[in-house]
Design a protein around this ligand. Structure first.
Ligand code: SF4
Length: 302
């Protein structure tokens, strides 16, 4: 028996998906920002916009994680369409710089109106935080649930307001964010906290327009500043939205920019395909002509 240090067969899907993920997908309406980047790094969005070549190759594990998320999301949307009608991947545009697609959109009698559903497949840690479970050395205990991630709430809210604008529909007054995991709690752990059949793999939260609209408007204001910086030929600083106050205390006073450090431990940079480039370019505003970026080749140039 020998364990293959580099898998011959088992890594095939990761290699295939990795090749397909080397170029970022264009935004729904060719805008600088996408809803799915809500609260995220404006410098990263600028690198996408200026078509920078990735400096980090995705690791096989991350590729598989993202690919499984896509497949699960499609299956979820198809099942929702079968059960409720509606449509999947509904594109919309909120303004000159922001567009995206809703995972599911349709009418729900339960809310007597149109609803946007956003699906988030999460690792066990992120899921446990959302549902309020702590796993520790094979044991589980209940903790305060954090609910849906705030960036998913804002993303879904952008879809709701964007669909209203793009299709001139009646108001979309409710959004639902579902957090799902495939790393389901074991039978023993589930029994130890008396978990029901659903909460070992999914939790969902509904937000009203009063709850999501102020957050979406504040994020649009934040992105508008970065948009001006980018369209004047600069990379913006490494800005992300500071969510600490609202996440820790539920107090929302607008999304303000906070600068992050690519060599620090923040999660955004851990997943960023431009990390080395960003380090090389340095902090603050950078003229695009002074950036070290290499423009990625388009298919016709290859
Ligand atoms: S490395 Fe971090 S700061 Fe730099 S572009 Fe990526 S996410 Fe933004």
């Amino acid at each position: 028996m020998a364990i293959n240090k580099i898998p011959l067969m088992a890594g095939a899907v990761a290699e295939k998906w990795a090749k397909e993920s080397l170029v970022p997908k264009p935004t729904a309406f060719g805008t600088v920002f996408r809803y799915s980047g809500a609260l995220g790094c404006t410098r990263r969005a600028a690198y996408d916009w200026f078509e920078a070549e990735y400096t980090e190759k995705p690791t096989p594990g991350r590729v598989v994680q993202a690919g499984v998320g896509t497949i699960f999301g499609e299956a979820q949307a198809n099942a929702q369409i079968e059960k409720f009608g509606g449509r999947a991947e509904v594109p919309s545009q909120l303004n000159e710089f922001l567009s995206g697609s809703a995972d599911w959109f349709g009418w729900l009698d339960e809310y007597e109106g149109f609803v946007v559903y956003e699906n988030k497949l999460k690792s066990s840690f992120a899921f446990n935080m959302a549902v309020g479970v702590q796993r520790n050395f094979g044991k589980a205990k209940r903790i305060e649930p954090k609910g849906a991630p705030i960036e998913a709430l804002v993303q879904a809210g952008m879809n709701a307001l964007g669909i209203e604008l793009t299709y001139a529909l009646l108001p979309v007054n409710h959004i639902i964010v579902g957090v799902v995991t495939t790393e389901v709690l074991s039978v023993g752990m589930a029994e130890s906290i008396d978990a029901d059949d659903y909460e070992i793999f999914c939790v969902e939260e509904t937000f009203t327009r009063e709850e999501f609209e102020p957050l979406v408007k504040s994020e649009i204001d934040r992105l508008a500043i970065a948009y001006d910086v980018i369209t004047m030929g600069n990379l913006p600083p490494r800005w992300v939205a500071d969510t600490s106050l609202v996440e820790a205390h539920g107090v929302f006073d607008g999304f303000h920019n906070k600068e992050i450090e690519p060599e620090g431990s923040n999660w955004q940079c851990g997943y960023c395909p431009y990390r080395s480039l960003c380090v090389q370019d340095g902090s603050g505003y950078v003229r695009i002509t002074e950036s070290a970026l290499i423009r990625r080749k388009t298919e016709t140039e290859e």
